[in-house]
Write a protein that binds this ligand. Structure first.
Ligand SMILES: *[C@@H]1O[C@H](CO)[C@@H](O)[C@H](O)[C@H]1NC(C)=O
Ligand SMILES: *[C@@H]1O[C@H](CO)[C@@H](O)[C@H](O)[C@H]1NC(C)=O
Ligand SMILES: *[C@@H]1O[C@H](CO)[C@@H](O)[C@H](O)[C@H]1NC(C)=O
Ligand SMILES: *[C@@H]1O[C@H](CO)[C@@H](O)[C@H](O)[C@H]1NC(C)=O
Ligand SMILES: *[C@@H]1O[C@H](CO)[C@@H](O)[C@H](O)[C@H]1NC(C)=O
Ligand SMILES: *[C@@H]1O[C@H](CO)[C@@H](O)[C@H](O)[C@H]1NC(C)=O
Length: 820
């Protein structure tokens, strides 16, 4: 009778002749219904072999259930597994077709390629039922984090949903495949310590926490048939452990074909055994509090001559989990594996208050003879109970839609909305309050002056524009984007000939007259030597066109890397930094209401004939609200990867200090002349800000500089410059300087450069060459790949078609599914 019950509870499998043919290195398992191995974010048409095993990962696009709200960061064309990641800005999911009710192994891999990804916090759920990850963030930028689940799917589809909480959500790779029924059986495990526990695989998912090869060495995924990793147990043993390690060199006698799928030979042919009948072996594992765990213990008697030599008690959390465990009750031969499942909660057992699961084997209760115990392997899974989750398909809010459109289009709906909200709020305020507060008076005035000043002198006729662009001649196109095209042109009628850049909205991106009007009002209100000016606009025959001053020397980025343009001197670079910093200073503090640019990057700094730097592209910019107490704007995260202010990503509260952060990244680009994100480098070098700051913190920023500047930069100027960049890149906005401070300090760095040069005109280069060691040879001039945010309008006002096409080859852009 007892025997029968045991057979129900535990895995007892029939002895088969098959075991004679068992090999030491077991064959890989092939899921009968195929598998899904996705290299997320990859667009490489070929498969990507994993470097850890021989499996091929495929692009993920076809498994994405919606084309919205996702983009790619990293190098989508790279043939390596973690070179790119899929990034989500709103709830989005993958869908996998499933055949029948089966348990599936689901593995999620996360390698954050940028700060925006390593600071992202998000949830992951399965079938709107299992919450796999809550408030999760992957912070290790060097080693991918892998999460593994066993999920029993009773549906046609398995849907894995990613929901951003702070910032974004992302995933680097996904594995989904069904596992043999032997691995998860339907019989119930032994319950330890709890009475009301109800375990059923089909209504619960399991998250793998530990997989241990007791007494043995690490088993890598390439030598496990199910691509699992088993780690040694040394780190989990109680201190003062006296157990023996045993190794077995003969054949393991599996009881059934496929027995080796439960755990491989290398787990069963090592074990720990009690050094004497009076000693215990104890392992402790940190686990989550208030959760139920499935503890699977693997046994295989490789230490005895006959099956009757072992008898021991198993304790979990100091409670007897199995009394007088005798292998002969489970298997018929020695060296034959079996396992027992237990469910247990975790306990606050340690003095430091950690939640632990403690497993112990010790002397048996009833056997009179001196008997010993063993353990070969151990797995701990956390139960993920089914619960109703947020539905994955969240309808995007209207504001979100507007922001996305506005981000990619010339006529920014985002700024319109803000403007309208701002106007409406002021109207409401003045209606509600008989004695409006001083600050709302001020904003009221500003709004009225903008609204009534129709800026008619800025109007340019369509015929003027047609004549300026030779009737929109394709040869004059210098850029293109979601909004339409940019033409180079010459305006003739207004006095002296003026070279201009003309942005013409395509039919597709038109958003109607009010938006257009608003855009003109907002842009025409800003005039500054270091901001690209709006010369005029045209709104005739359903055309919507904006005309800007022409910036003949293109973008700052083009002069730093990825082009054949001559190198800029350090002095020139400092002057460009100072100029663009002044432009931002004006936006932040020179207007009645500060404007946050939101997309500060080297490709939005344009250079005119005299290499004067001007900030351009206000498509994403925001006006900070009229209330004096309002110092930030809450928004969806927009901007460009590599330049993201981590605090903004975390809090979604935009302040002028977010621009300061991005400007700090530009300073490093100027110094190091490399893209802000470059995959294909060792992981610590991928992100420019992280890489350069790690050198700066060791006082060795000189190792990162553009090789063409070596010997040119005065060490004091470099030190000053490094300090400014470091301050701009402070984690918290409050610790960062204002743009006014930045301007002042950059001017000082320029002065230091000029003073020293004047004093030691000839010795300088040799001095600096010794002070500033050459950067390590990392082949920084070839195979550049970078990352550009989806909605960005990268076709800057001045850029010729040639460099645009090179740029699109060289830069692996975030491929946006929306708007383009
Ligand atoms: C599901 O089963 C059908 C028929 O049994 C088979 O043709 C199909 O390939 C299977 N699908 C998957 C995803 O394994
Ligand atoms: C994330 O998961 C937690 C825990 O289940 C839940 O409380 C929270 O509402 C989820 N957040 C979102 C945005 O789904
Ligand atoms: C996730 O974070 C939110 C907000 O901080 C919190 O309310 C919630 O309890 C957290 N959920 C989990 C499962 O930690
Ligand atoms: C990342 O993970 C690896 C391997 O687990 C570890 O050695 C390394 O210290 C981790 N790095 C950080 C920054 O946590
Ligand atoms: C356990 O699960 C079964 C089947 O779902 C259910 O009928 C039973 O009430 C559950 N028991 C407890 C204690 O939750
Ligand atoms: C072994 O563990 C049991 C159960 O916790 C305990 O009662 C016993 O004293 C231990 N024996 C030794 C030698 O540590």
């Amino acid at each position: 009778m007892e025997q029968v019950q045991l057979q129900l509870q535990f895995k007892v499998v029939a002895l088969l002749f098959f075991s004679i043919l068992t090999f030491k290195s077991s064959a890989q398992y092939t899921p009968p219904d195929g598998d899904y191995l996705l290299n997320c974010g990859s667009s490489a048409s070929n498969t990507t072999p994993s470097s850890e095993d021989n499996r091929d990962f495929l692009p993920d696009q076809s498994a994405l259930s919606t084309r919205k709200h996702n983009s790619v960061v990293g190098d989508a064309n790279s043939p390596t597994l973690y070179a790119a990641a899929r990034v989500f800005t709103d709830s989005s999911s993958y869908e996998f077709d499933i055949n029948g009710t089966k348990t599936h192994m689901v593995r999620l891999h996360f390698l954050p390629l940028t700060t925006a990804l390593s600071t992202a916090v998000f949830n992951v759920s399965a079938n709107d039922e299992f919450n796999l990850l809550s408030n999760f963030s992957a912070t290790n930028t060097t080693t991918p984090v892998k999460k593994e689940y066993l999920i029993t799917v009773d549906a046609e589809k398995l849907r894995i949903c990613f929901t951003p909480i702070y910032g974004l959500a992302f995933v680097s790779a996904i594995e989904v495949f069904s596992i043999p029924d032997d691995i998860i059986q339907s019989s119930e495990p032994t319950v330890v310590g709890q009475t009301d526990l109800n375990f059923s695989v089909s209504s619960q998912a399991l998250e793998t926490l530990y997989r241990i090869n007791v007494g043995g060495s690490k088993v890598t995924l390439s030598s496990d048939s199910m691509w699992r990793t088993w780690t040694p147990d040394d780190g989990y043993l109680a201190s003062g452990d006296t157990s023996h390690q045993n190794t077995f060199t003969n054949r393991i006698n599996y009881n059934s074909p496929g027995g080796e799928k439960i755990a491989p030979d290398s787990v069963y042919d090592t074990c720990r055994s009690m050094s004497s009948e009076n000693s215990n072996i104890t392992w402790a594992f940190e686990a989550s509090g208030h959760a139920t765990h499935l503890v699977r213990l693997h046994f295989c008697d490789i230490t005895s001559l006959t099956l009757a030599d072992l008898s021991f008690n198993v304790y979990i959390n100091d409670e007897i989990a199995h009394q007088d465990l005798e292998p002969w009750k489970f298997v018929e031969r020695i060296a034959t594996p079996f396992y027992i499942d237990f469910t247990a909660d975790s306990r606050r057992l340690s003095s430091r208050g950690k939640w632990l699961i403690r497993v112990r084997i010790g002397r048996p209760t009833t056997t009179s003879r001196n008997m010993k115990g063993i353990l070969n392997g151990l797995e701990i899974f956390k139960l993920v109970p089914a619960s109703v989750q947020h539905k994955c398909y969240k309808k995007p809010s209207r504001l979100m839609v507007s922001c996305i459109v506005g981000g990619s289009a010339l006529l920014s709906a985002a700024s319109l909305l803000l403007f309208l909200l701002y106007r409406r709020r002021n109207r409401l305020k003045s209606k509600e309050s008989a004695t409006p507060a001083a600050n709302s008076d001020v904003s009221q005035l500003t709004v009225r002056s903008v609204a009534t000043n129709m800026n008619l002198e800025l109007h340019i006729t369509l015929s003027q524009i047609k004549s300026a662009t030779k009737n929109f001649d394709e040869s004059l196109v210098i850029g293109a984007g979601g909004f339409g095209k940019v033409y180079k042109g010459v305006l003739k009628d207004s006095g002296p000939q003026t070279r201009v850049a003309i942005k013409r909205a395509s039919q597709r991106s038109k958003q109607g007259f009010p938006e257009f009007e608003t855009e003109i009002h907002v842009l025409s209100g800003i005039r500054h030597r270091h901001l690209v000016s709006l010369i005029g606009y045209c709104q005739e025959h359903s055309e919507m066109i904006l005309v800007y001053e022409f910036m003949s020397n293109g973008t700052l980025r083009d002069h730093l890397y990825n082009s054949d343009l001559p190198s800029l001197s350090w002095k020139q670079r400092l002057e460009m930094c100072i100029g663009s910093a002044r432009g931002l200073q004006y936006l932040h503090s020179g207007l009645a209401h500060p404007i946050i640019h939101r997309d500060v990057k080297s490709s939005n700094i344009l250079l005119d004939d005299n290499f004067t730097a001007k900030v351009s592209d206000f498509g994403l910019s925001r006006v900070v609200g009229p209330s004096l107490t309002e110092t930030h704007v809450s928004t969806g995260v927009k901007g460009t990867f590599g330049y993201f202010d981590p605090e903004y990503v975390r809090t979604r509260q935009l302040t002028t200090k977010s621009d300061v952060y991005s400007f700090g990244v530009i300073l490093l680009e100027v110094l190091c002349a490399r893209p802000v994100i470059r995959t294909g480098l060792p992981s610590e070098e991928i992100n420019l800000a992280d890489w350069a700051m790690s050198w700066q913190k060791q006082g060795l920023l000189g190792r990162t500089i553009d090789p063409r500047l070596v010997g040119e930069i005065n060490p004091n100027s470099l030190r000053m410059f490094g300090q400014i960049a470091e301050k701009c890149l402070e984690e918290y906005g409050a610790d960062r300087p204002t743009m006014a401070d930045v301007v002042w300090n950059l001017e000082y760095a320029l002065k230091l450069q000029e003073t020293e040069m004047a004093r030691e005109p000839f010795e300088d280069s040799t001095n600096c060459a010794t002070e500033l060691p050459l950067p390590p040879a990392i082949g920084r001039w070839n195979s550049i790949s970078s990352v550009v945010m989806s909605h960005q309008d990268d076709s800057s006002i001045a850029r010729d078609t040639k460099s645009e096409s090179t740029a699109s080859q060289v830069f692996s852009q975030i491929i946006s599914s929306e708007g383009r």
